[in-house]
Design a binder for this molecule. Structure first.
Ligand code: BG6
Length: 294
């Protein structure tokens, strides 16, 4: 409790930002304003929920998700960093999503949005997995639009290369009736077909396991959901790749209940595959997503 009390003293904002013990006892920042509500777990700088006023929750979290120290959380917005996908025997999607991040700043901006900034730096543990010095910062802007800005800084003395993602899980009414617009004509690497390079024709529709890295995609994507009667727009910067994922019933995961695939889709703002980012000492890169609901 001391830890939570110290966070509230340093970074709590009366009536709109409090720190508390969240699911599984993981510390979370809980944000409520007249514009939106959100919850961010400090482990992984993991956004668990975002709900603009007057809208249904936008993000999906599995009912079977595990909330435990060092374990990835199934749903919300995991931060995949410094590698996206598998890396030798080091596991999927890097270590940033499994580590506790520090709170660096919080404020209410002139528009009444809450800005929360979390950070992670290299340690003996991270250098054992990935031998580089870095500073990673994720700034959330919680308002009618959700802003996420992930900044990677090379604080060491040699170049490094990262792949990364803001791995957004969206809640949808029925995956079979959902489509993703904005990727027509784009090339993609199909993980379900041994990374075959294919080309998207029309909107992305779902009828089975879908796991694709779309290339050269700096533009907006829209999740069109006729059942929940909404469109979720994902705008981005610093990203030229987009991953679209639904595991369908093919992929069995302990932290996802049977049938739940029908109510979610991931449209991920990435630097993945050939869209890797190399930073020289002192350089930085920003990966940003801006999400709105119509
Ligand atoms: C997606 C990948 O980004 O994340 C999939 O493209 C992967 O291949 C999925 O299955 C979930 O990964 P994890 O490590 O959270 O189970």
């Amino acid at each position: 409790m001391q830890f939570i009390a110290t966070l509230n003293q340093g970074f709590g904002i009366a009536d709109c930002l409090q720190f508390e013990n969240g699911p599984g006892g993981l510390p979370v920042a809980s944000i409520t304003t007249s514009q939106a509500s959100a919850q961010v777990a400090l482990q992984g700088a993991h956004l668990l929920s975002w709900q603009p006023a007057g809208q249904a929750p936008v993000l999906w979290v599995s009912t079977a998700a595990e909330f435990a120290p060092g374990k990835p959380i199934r749903g919300g917005v995991p931060v995949c960093w410094p590698w996206f996908g598998p890396l030798a025997d080091k596991g999927m999607h890097g270590f940033a999503r499994n580590l506790p991040w520090a709170v660096r700043a919080s404020r209410r901006d002139a528009d009444g949005q809450v800005v929360l900034c979390l950070g992670l730096q290299d340690s003996d543990h991270t250098r054992g997995l990935w031998d580089h010095r870095f500073d990673l910062e994720l700034q959330f802007t919680i308002g009618p639009t959700l802003g996420m800005a992930l900044t990677t800084r090379n604080t060491g003395s040699t170049d490094f290369t990262v792949t990364q993602a803001l791995h957004t899980y969206f809640k949808v009414g029925d995956i079979r009736q959902t489509c993703v617009r904005g990727l027509d004509g784009c090339a993609y690497l199909d993980k379900v077909q041994a990374m075959a390079r294919l080309q998207q024709a029309g909107d992305v529709r779902f009828s089975g396991e879908t796991d694709r890295v779309y290339l050269d995609t700096p533009g907006d994507c829209v999740v069109d959901d006729p059942v929940l009667q909404r469109e979720i727009r994902i705008a981005k910067q610093g990203s030229h790749s987009t991953v679209v994922w639904n595991p369908w019933s093919e992929k069995v995961m302990a932290d996802m209940a049977p049938g739940e695939y029908q109510g979610m889709v991931c449209v991920e703002t990435c630097n993945a595959g050939p869209d890797a980012i190399t930073l020289a000492p002192g350089q930085q890169h920003g990966l940003r997503a801006s999400i709105s609901v119509l």
